[in-house]
Design a protein around this ligand. Structure first.
Ligand SMILES: Cc1cc2nc3c(=O)[nH]c(=O)nc-3n(C[C@H](O)[C@H](O)[C@H](O)COP(=O)(O)OP(=O)(O)OC[C@H]3O[C@@H](n4cnc5c(N)ncnc54)[C@H](O)[C@@H]3O)c2cc1C
Length: 418
């Protein structure tokens, strides 16, 4: 009897799982990939849109049956998940499964910060967590010739721990290009104690140093209460008020509605075994941004494509074994890189000027579009330590994006770190 594996979400996690699984299952087993759009962009390229190095068309990713042979693609909205009946409810009807992978990512919830939606609608606030929003943020930045820009991390968790700092540095870079930099102040406000807490205080201090080198203010430990679009102020829970002319927010992230409704956890995110990505429910796996993993250091595993891709290999092997195939176990070890795009910066020039804990690499693929060629790598942290199984997911990780996704996931592929 052929099996049916249903994968919900065609982002990095879903696509990588479908790709790896197709190699492991016989052709008679169906793999059904469900997505409401089948059209997206890798997170890292949103920063290029923000900076103006790419257009939306240039960064859009649309998987097809040619790029994922042997995978059925169902364009539909997932409306409900019923593990007891092994059924997923979609806008085009129910789907039953023998194994289910939930890779629906995270939902942005700008309405969770009072006043933020109004500020976005008034064109005095922006974000860069979707392609459209990143293009809009670029337009607003390009038009800015003076005043105060506030980058605001509204809450945690959020995708890509480096993104707020990259955004601020790339904004500074853009304003230098437009000639407005000297007339504009840029500040980052965040509830975090330092940038990228999961990477530790040394890397955090290094990033603060980079911000300082670009005259960007850093304000840790600040939790937003609301935004006042009339007075153009951010109000924080400690009573502090900060003026802005342009607010660039990292929006609140939530579990997608059908996942939250399925009741996997109180917070909505799906708790998983950190090494196998199995949920507590038989035949159901979750990976990527929708999954929640607490690291041995007590911090959550960051929501990043580099991890989703590594997890996909463990999920694919786990499903093949669950369906009775003789496939070696693969486990996820939390290995990943983080590549910061910082724009032009002298800190990379020599080892002496480099902040401790960071490694520099040039990025020639960006050099074709601009003079900015510098980036930082926080070299791989195996956050979970060695896995339990015979093979670590790390070993195969670089193969997937270059072969199937037609580009490189920053931090995932050594091709990016030339
Ligand atoms: C600005 C920015 C920069 C980033 N930079 C990096 C980086 O440098 N390195 C890195 O590793 N990560 C980076 N990330 C994070 C990375 O993009 C995400 O962690 C990654 O995309 C998560 O993959 P995923 O498959 O879990 O979710 P997603 O890629 O978000 O995919 C989820 C999919 O589910 C679909 N979906 C959602 N709800 C439904 C529904 N109800 N019905 C049907 N389909 C649905 C969506 O259409 C989508 O295709 C960045 C993110 C941002 C925003």
């Amino acid at each position: 009897m052929p099996n049916t594996v249903v994968i919900l979400g065609a982002g990095v996690g879903g696509l990588s799982t479908a790709d790896a699984l197709r190699d492991l299952l016989p052709e008679t087993d169906r793999i059904v990939l469900v997505d409401e759009t089948f059209h997206g962009a890798q997170g890292l390229s949103l920063l290029w849109l923000l900076r103006g190095w790419r257009t939306s068309d240039e960064v859009s990713v649309t998987p097809t049956e040619k790029t994922l042979p042997g995978v059925e693609m169902l364009k539909a909205a997932v409306e409900g998940i019923d593990p007891a009946e092994r059924t997923v409810h979609t806008s085009t009807g129910p789907l039953t499964y023998d194994a289910l992978v939930v890779a629906l990512g995270a939902r942005l919830d700008t309405a969770a910060v009072p006043g933020l939606d109004e500020a976005l609608a008034a064109g005095i606030a922006a974000h860069y967590y979707t392609s459209e929003a990143a293009v809009r943020a670029h337009e607003l930045l390009r038009r800015t010739d003076s005043g105060k820009i506030a980058f605001l991390v509204t809450s945690m968790p959020y995708k890509c721990p480096a993104a707020p700092y990259e955004g601020a540095m790339l904004a500074a870079d853009l304003l230098t290009e437009t000639g407005a930099r000297d007339a504009v102040t840029i500040d980052v406000h965040t509830p975090e104690p330092h940038p990228m807490p999961v990477a530790g205080p040394i890397v955090g201090a290094g990033v603060v140093e980079m911000l300082r080198g670009k005259q960007i203010g850093f304000h840790p430990g600040r939790q937003v209460e609301r935004v006042d679009p009339d007075t153009r102020q951010i109000l924080f829970t400690d009573g502090e008020r900060v003026d802005f002319d342009l607010l660039i927010a990292i929006p609140p992230h939530r579990a997608p509605a059908p996942v939250a409704a399925a009741g996997f956890s109180e917070a909505g995110w799906i708790p998983v075994d950190p090494h196998t990505l199995a949920t507590g429910i038989e035949g159901v796996w979750a990976l990527g941004d929708v999954a929640s993993i607490t690291l041995p250091i007590g911090k959550p595993l960051p929501k990043a494509a580099v991890f989703a891709k590594g997890q996909a290999l463990a999920v694919a092997a786990g499903i093949a074994r669950h369906l009775g195939y003789d496939v070696p176990e693969q486990t996820f070890d939390g290995h990943g890189y983080c590549f910061l795009e910082i724009g032009a910066h002298p800190a990379c020039s020599t080892p002496e000027t480099r902040p401790p804990g960071l490694t520099c690499r040039f990025m020639p693929q960006l050099g074709t579009r601009s003079s900015v060629r510098q980036g930082f790598v926080c070299d791989g942290f195996g956050l979970l330590g060695p896995g339990r199984g015979s093979r670590s997911s790390r070993r195969r990780a670089p193969a997937v994006p270059s072969r199937r996704l037609g580009g490189c996931v920053r931090g995932c592929s050594d091709r990016c770190i030339a």
